[in-house]
Design a protein around this ligand. Structure first.
Ligand code: SAH
Length: 456
C-alpha cells in the first residue's frame, strides 16, 4: 500500500526536514508485520513528494495465529488500514508528535499539502469519507474501484483511491490519517484495550473534540467497545457527550432487541417441537450458544459465510460450560446460503436471523432454493428489519439503513409479498409475528416469518 504526501510550499524540500527523512535517501524500516520504505519520487524547490510504501508480509501476518482461510485470503496487504497507521507512527514518529529537530520553526507552519492513498477501504461510503475529512478543511477526491473489471454490472467495491488536499501542518495531516484510516476501514489488526483510548486522545488533540463526527470516530476507532468509547468521549467533552454517545452507540439498542429476537426464536422452535435446528448466517454464534445451553435441543447447527464469525462462535461456545455430550450436538461450519449444501439437510428447523438483508436482492432466489427446495426443513424462521419502523429511530437519518452492510430493508408488505411467493413456489405456508414493541402505525422494529412445510 502506498501513501504519498506532496507540498508546493516554498521551498518544497522543507518537507524532508518536517518528516525527518532526507529527500536524497531511500530508507527501509522493519516492522513486526512487514517492511516500509520511504523515498521521494520528486524533490524540487517547487514541488516535493514523499512516499511511504508499506509491504505487509502475509507470512508474518499468520505466524502463531492458528489457521483459517481468512488469514490467507484477505485484503490486508493491499489496502490502507491500521497497519499503515502503525507504520506512520513508527516511520514519522517525531513528525506525528509535532517535532522538527533540524528546523523547529517549521513544525507549526501551515502549507498546501496533498495526501494520496492508493487504496482506502471506506466502510460507510464516500459520504462518510467526506464527513470525516471536510470538517477538517480537506478537499476530498475519491475514485471508486470496481469490484471486478470483468463484471462491470457488479458495481463498485468499498475501495477508493483518495486524494486529500488542505492547507495545514504536517503534524495535523499525519494525525488525521493515523486516526481516520482505521476508522474508515473499521478493522484493527490488534487487540483494542485501554491504551487505545489514550492513543486516540493524544492523536486527536486539537481537532477531535470539535469534530461533528466525534461519536462515530470514537466508536469505530475503539471497535465499538461501549465502555472504551464512553470513557474516551467523557474525557473529550464532559458528561453530556458521553450520554449523547451512549444514545448514538446503537441505533437499534442491539443488546435488547437482539436478545428479544433470539428469545422469540427459541420459544418458537420449542412451540413447534423443533429439536434439531440450524442457524443460517449464525454470525458470532449468540443464538447457537443459547440453544446449546438448552437441553431441549438435540442437534444444533450454525453456518456462516464468514470464517471469522465461525471462529468467534467457536470461541463463544468454548467459554460456556458444556458437557462432552452437550458439545457433541453442535456442528459449526463455514458455508454460503446461496449454494446447495448437503450439510443443511437433517434438521427440523432452520433460522435466519437478520440475514437476508445482508444479501443482494438478486441472490435471494438462490437462497430460497437452498433453504426451501434443497434443505427443506419442516420449519423455517426468518427475521428482517421492518423498514417502516425506521422513522422511530431518532439517530437514523431518513432513507438510511440500520446497518452499513444492509442491501435492502423491507416494509411489512414487501416482506409478506416475498414470503407469499416462496410459499407458492415451494409449497410452504407462512404466518407473521412482530418482534419488539409494536407501534400502531408503523409496526414493530423486527418482523418474523414462520414458514411451515405444507402437506398439501
Ligand atoms: N444471525 C446473527 C447474525 C446476523 S448478521 C444474529 O442474529 O446476530 C448477518 C450474518 O449473515 C453475518 O454473520 C454474515 O456473515 C452472514 N451472511 C451474509 N451472507 C451470507 C451468505 N451468503 N451465507 C451465509 N451467511 C451469510
Amino acid at each position: 500500500m502506498l501513501l504519498t504526501i506532496s507540498t508546493t510550499h516554498s521551498p518544497a524540500t522543507d518537507l524532508g526536514y518536517l518528516l525527518g527523512k532526507h529527500p536524497d535517501r531511500f530508507q527501509t524500516f522493519e516492522l513486526s508485520f512487514g517492511r516500509s520504505q520511504v523515498f521521494y519520487p520528486e524533490a524540487t524547490t517547487d514541488c516535493c513528494t514523499a512516499a511511504l510504501l508499506l509491504e505487509v508480509d502475509p507470512v508474518k501476518l499468520v505466524r502463531g495465529q492458528g489457521t483459517s482461510l481468512s488469514q490467507y485470503v484477505n485484503d490486508r496487504p493491499y489496502v490502507a488500514s491500521s497497519f499503515l497507521s502503525v507504520a506512520i507512527a513508527k516511520v514519522f514518529r517525531s513528525a506525528l508528535s509535532g517535532q522538527c529537530k533540524d528546523q523547529p520553526k517549521l513544525a507549526t507552519l501551515t502549507m498546501p499539502l496533498c495526501a494520496k492513498l492508493a487504496v482506502l477501504p471506506c466502510r460507510g461510503g464516500v459520504d462518510f469519507l467526506e464527513r470525516l475529512f471536510e470538517p477538517l478543511g480537506y478537499t476530498v477526491t475519491a475514485t471508486p474501484h470496481v469490484l471486478d473489471e470483468h463484471f462491470p454490472e457488479w458495481g463498485d467495491s468499498a475501495y477508493f483511491s483518495v486524494e486529500l488536499e488542505a492547507i495545514t501542518t504536517v503534524q495535523a495531516l499525519l494525525s488525521h490519517l493515523y486516526v481516520l484510516i482505521p476508522v474508515l476501514d473499521e478493522d484493527k489488526h490488534y487487540w483494542v484495550g485501554e491504551d487505545e483510548v489514550e492513543k486516540l486522545l493524544r492523536h486527536g488533540e486539537g481537532w477531535l473534540n470539535d469534530h461533528p463526527e466525534k461519536a462515530q470516530i470514537t466508536q469505530r476507532y475503539l471497535k465499538r467497545q461501549k465502555s472504551l468509547s464512553q470513557s474516551a468521549l467523557a474525557q473529550l467533552g464532559g458528561e453530556e457527550t458521553a450520554e449523547l454517545a451512549a444514545a448514538e452507540l446503537a441505533i437499534e439498542k442491539p443488546i435488547s432487541l437482539n436478545q428479544v429476537r433470539h428469545e422469540t426464536i427459541v420459544a418458537t422452535l420449542k412451540k413447534y417441537q423443533a429439536k434439531r435446528s440450524i442457524d443460517l448466517g449464525c454470525g458470532e454464534g449468540k443464538l447457537v450458544a443459547l440453544l446449546a445451553k438448552d437441553n431441549f435441543f438435540e442437534q444444533i447447527g450454525g453456518m456462516d459465510v464468514s470464517y471469522r464469525s465461525i471462529e468467534y462462535a467457536r470461541a463463544r461456545l468454548d467459554r460456556i460450560f458444556l458437557s462432552a455430550a452437550q458439545q457433541q450436538r453442535i456442528q459449526l461450519f463455514q458455508g454460503s446460503l446461496t449454494y446447495r449444501d448437503r450439510r443443511l439437510a437433517d434438521y427440523d428447523a432452520a433460522t435466519l436471523v437478520e440475514v437476508i438483508e445482508h444479501l443482494d436482492e438478486s441472490r435471494l432466489a438462490a437462497l430460497a432454493r437452498v433453504v426451501f427446495e434443497f434443505a427443506r426443513p419442516k420449519l423455517v424462521l426468518i427475521t428482517t428489519p421492518n423498514s417502516e419502523y425506521n422513522i422511530k429511530f431518532e439517530n437514523l437519518p431518513t432513507g438510511k439503513f440500520r446497518h452499513h452492510d444492509h442491501r435492502f430493508e423491507w416494509t411489512r408488505l414487501e416482506f409478506q409479498t416475498w414470503a407469499a411467493d416462496i410459499c407458492q413456489r415451494f409449497n410452504y405456508t407462512v404466518s407473521f409475528t412482530d418482534i419488539g414493541s409494536v407501534d400502531p402505525d408503523v409496526g414493530a422494529p423486527t418482523q418474523m416469518a414462520i414458514f411451515e412445510e405444507s402437506n398439501k
